[in-house]
Design a protein around this ligand. Sequence first.
Ligand SMILES: Cc1ncc(C[n+]2csc(CCOP(=O)(O)OP(=O)(O)O)c2C)c(N)n1
Ligand code: SF4
Ligand code: SF4
Ligand code: SF4
Length: 492
Amino acid sequence: MSSRPKTPPPADEQQAMMYGHPIPENRFAVRDLVHKLPGVGLFDLRRTESGAHTCTFCGACQKKCPVGCIDVRRDPSRSHGKGKERHFAGTITIDERRCMTCNHCMEACRFDALVPTELYHEHRRRVQALAHETPKLSAGHGLCSGCSASIIVNQVLSQVDSHYVVSGATGCLEVSTTRYPYTAWKGSYIHTNFENAAATLSGVETAFRALYKRGRLKDKVKFIAFGGDGGTYDIGLQALSGAMERGHQMLYVCYDNGAYMNTGFQRSSATPHGAWTTTSPVGDELPGKLGHSKNLTEIMVAHRLPYVAQSSPHDPQDLIHKASKALAVDGPTFLNVLSACPRGWRTDNDEGIELSRLATDTCYWPLFEVNQGKYRLTYRPRHKRPLGEWLERQGRFAHLALPGNERMLGQLQAWVDEEWDLLLRKCDEIPESRWDEASSRHKAEPFVMRPRRAHLESLGEPLTASMTYTALEWDDFDWGRHSGFADGGFED
Ligand SMILES: Cc1ncc(C[n+]2csc(CCOP(=O)(O)OP(=O)(O)O)c2C)c(N)n1
Ligand code: SF4
Ligand code: SF4
Ligand code: SF4
């Protein structure tokens, strides 16, 4: 094995490896692009014959971008004329590195002002090729519809180009993808106990290292562990900490859905303050979970790992780039990824990706990385949204809108603001108070939380965990034929 830790190549070198040339750095103004970088970026502004651009800086493209990479600002002081002669001035800033070439911005533009360049088409071909590549987790697994866990696995494993061994901690992802005698995993997969995914993998990695040393193995193998927040923040923390401290070459991915979902929504130390779970019920005695969630990403940073990052599957460019960086390191790395759970969050199945974006736009779940100890924010929302916008869409928080719970809502918002400011300082970013005073709605006017009617109506009923199968289906199931239970197998 080579000496470790090995630094991943710088971002532009990685892009050069992927695309043959670096993607233009971070943010740029289309204005600048037109004048200074013709044909280099992904987008261009359409111009009339007289050379005037056709953009009205209306912001429709910004609203439609699912990953939030467009920032439009109209400059009224430089806009002039009337009716058809009206000319608008402003800036469009596009963070091209997170663009996933979905076309939504261009489809939203009524003036066909935003046009794709050749580079956009090339980039789109590559994104589509990646998406159409055979996923490493096959269809037909038993995860609920709308569960983000499988999306996370496929995005992370899309960056593995060698043999790999996955160790899966017991949890929804594990039980739903390995129902005996079937498996949804296309590579080597070890089912480990709830608490020891990292310990099992460190043993496997050590065994492979011994085989390399003796010359009995030549091919490189990647080692990746997946665990839910219960298996990572709580019960597997000791095994994880040990594996990271010993410096095993492995990437540990926590898919954080904020509770022990598989066993019927019990609170974990990742459960947000105020959330309903079956062990933090809402009633006369308790208003949901007491206390804020543990900051596991910071705990992993404190292990002085070469690479630690926080990401979310709604932004595939962010997650796959972080996975590729982490996998390039010959040492221990860690990714904490937000994972929407429609069952436990009490939402519709199709809301997970949108809610994940809202979690980053409210700064509940910031996207950042710590590369060789250096913090970098990888997404800064143009408008920091009030936390209530994320909470009101989830049934597990509906009670926070009831009279008497205002204090808890305020506490949650204050906690998010404090954590966000702390992170901004670590990342050497402008404090929120100076970012854009007018852009933070909750600072300008108090936010009133309005959960959906269905969420409010369900508050009166005792909320219980309901399993994927109905009781009838459980009874009908032929255990003897399909599982290990009948012949004395174990449940884990
Ligand atoms: C030592 C031990 N305690 C409890 C269990 C029961 N159990 C299996 S999965 C699970 C919840 C897993 O939660 P999490 O890790 O958050 O993953 P999720 O189900 O949310 O995907 C529990 C409590 C177990 N298998 N082993
Ligand atoms: S590119 Fe189109 S949608 Fe975007 S701000 Fe300009 S006119 Fe509006
Ligand atoms: S193509 Fe999609 S991801 Fe890229 S800027 Fe437009 S809306 Fe955003
Ligand atoms: S209960 Fe939640 S985490 Fe588990 S499979 Fe269903 S959606 Fe995914």
